[in-house]
Design a protein around this ligand. Sequence first.
Ligand SMILES: *Cc1c(COP(=O)(O)O)cnc(C)c1O
Length: 387
Amino acid sequence: MRYLPYSRQDISAEDIAEVARVLASDFITQGEEISRFEKTIADYCGAPYAVAVSSGTAGLHLACLALGLRPGDLVWTSPISFVASANCALYCGAAVDFVDIDPETYNLSIAQLESKLKAGKKAGKLPNVLVVVHFAGQPGPMKEIRALADEYGFRIIEDAAQALGSRYGNLPTGACQYSDACVFSFHPTKTITTGEGGMVTTQNPELAEKIQMLRVHGITRLSPHAGAVWEGWYYEQQLLGHNFRMSDIHAVLGSSQMKRISFFLNRRAALARRYDALLSPLPLRLKAVPEECLSAHHLYPILIVPSKTKRTRNELFQHMRAQGIGVNVHYIPIHTQPYFKKLGFAEGDFPQAEHYYPHTLSIPLFPSMTEAEQDAVVACLVDFFDG
Ligand SMILES: *Cc1c(COP(=O)(O)O)cnc(C)c1O
């Protein structure tokens, strides 16, 4: 068997033709492909506003800035995520802290959030913004988080980098029913790809306008008189922004990929269901999916259960890699990274996250993976535990 990665993008001949069409056109950036892709995502999510940016990380950064985050402020997020979920706070000069995970879903724990808010209120250290990570493409407990946000007065950014196509309750992630803004990534491992790219959705027109300005240096061409655009060369820089634009080359790839999003999601779901059945006899714990959630199945994390086997995750990692199976680990708890230890975090701060990390392994899951390839992964796992 050829090397099987844990994730692989799916680029069609039509995707390539669409990118070639834009490359040969007059505008390879700042043309009409951006607004076309924005409308496609907004319609898909049922959000009134979608703003395309250069990456998911840029989207998180601008969502924080647009919510007014600044030095002296505080952001909380989950320690089991990619570092970008926490870095967005630091870019704005705010401080970051973490809420430990739920041992069943690996998303942030509502019980932990509630007790940390109670303690934070007493200590006068409540968060301004909570970045809710939809880990592995599975939405976090948004309804409960919304109720706590109303009680304690913090804003909510959904880090849905992994979760385009997931649903919570009756609505798609990105509708922002319970949040101020939702951020997607189009990195090649995610539901759809633009190579690099991101999108922020929101129901809030002022927030959308601010993010639009912040992605182009803080510049606007809209005059303060309702809906009017300044004539000719004139523009105003009103904020200190960045160049976080998406190019039309990236956007057209995104629009083209969106034509196949149902296929991508259905394939991921079918493979995940098949893993659930095939892996159930093994000494593993599989992620719980609460009833109100429909996951985008970005990752398939399996957990070694120490009470059921003496074999370790590190041995399993070596075994799988030696057979050409590109397993990976998601994630090293953010607070244990050297940069965050320098900020004052230490081992032991978030026990559930630290218990999760040494036992977890992400096994291959992507739309073009065949059942034969999946059977080979399962056989390799069975062999490991039998041997
Ligand atoms: C991928 C990812 C990001 C960053 O997105 P980029 O587009 O790579 O900048 C942020 N948060 C999470 C949870 C991610 O998985």
